[in-house]
Write a protein that binds this ligand. Structure first.
Ligand code: GRF
Length: 190
């Protein structure tokens, strides 16, 4: 059974969707750890509710992003983590971490990439009045939101949509898609 660590900075709804879909490890992996950089993240409460061990470390304690990641990697290695799953982790990873877990880091992004990269993808799509946006799961490389796409789903934006209703629909799609993509990704790790 492969061990994954989920990385969160905020709400953690994808993290919890992964836990629920993977009840009794039925998707074939174990969520061994949740890594968090924000003491106010609601994801921490979700981890506690599901008894998932948590690593909460402030990047401010370290001289550089790489030093921060080195500390985290020591923990990941000690826990036998095979793959990293980013779920609303609001930090850009350095080449050090990306190299250490080369092709073993996935991310979910709330747009149909390559459209609307960046931290405000849902709002950007909504405000630019496109008729379709979506959700993408991709491998993390050192170019932001640009690694190999593992799975994408389109989502129509209707005239009746508000930003809130669109966000809700996008998150619902994410919650269904991500656990399944992670399961397949982890199955194919060598
Ligand atoms: C999701 O929309 C995800 O696509 C993006 O950040 C958001 C995280 O939401 N990367 P949550 O913390 O999982 O609720």
């Amino acid at each position: 059974m492969r061990n994954i660590a989920v990385f969160c900075s905020g709400n953690g709804s994808n993290f919890e969707a992964i836990l629920k879909a993977n009840k009794n490890n039925r998707l074939g992996f174990r969520v061994a750890l949740m890594v968090c950089d924000n003491p106010k993240a609601f994801a921490l409460q979700r981890a506690s509710k599901h008894n998932i061990p948590t690593v909460l470390i402030s990047p401010k304690l370290f001289e550089s992003r790489e030093e921060y990641e080195k500390f985290i990697v020591r923990i990941l290695k000690s826990q036998g983590i095979d793959a990293l799953v980013l779920a609303g982790f609001m930090r850009i990873l350095t080449p050090y971490l990306i190299k250490t877990y080369k092709n073993r880091i996935v991310n979910i992004h709330p747009s149909y990439l390559p459209a609307f990269k960046g931290a405000h993808a849902i709002k950007d799509a909504f405000e630019s009045r496109v008729s379709t946006t979506g959700v993408s799961v991709h491998i993390v490389t050192d170019k932001l939101d640009s690694g190999k796409i593992l799975k994408q789903q389109k989502i129509k934006i209707s005239a009746k949509d508000t930003l809130e209703s669109l966000e809700k629909r996008i998150h619902a799609v994410e919650h269904k898609l991500y656990p399944q993509v992670i399961a397949k990704f982890v199955r194919h790790l060598n």
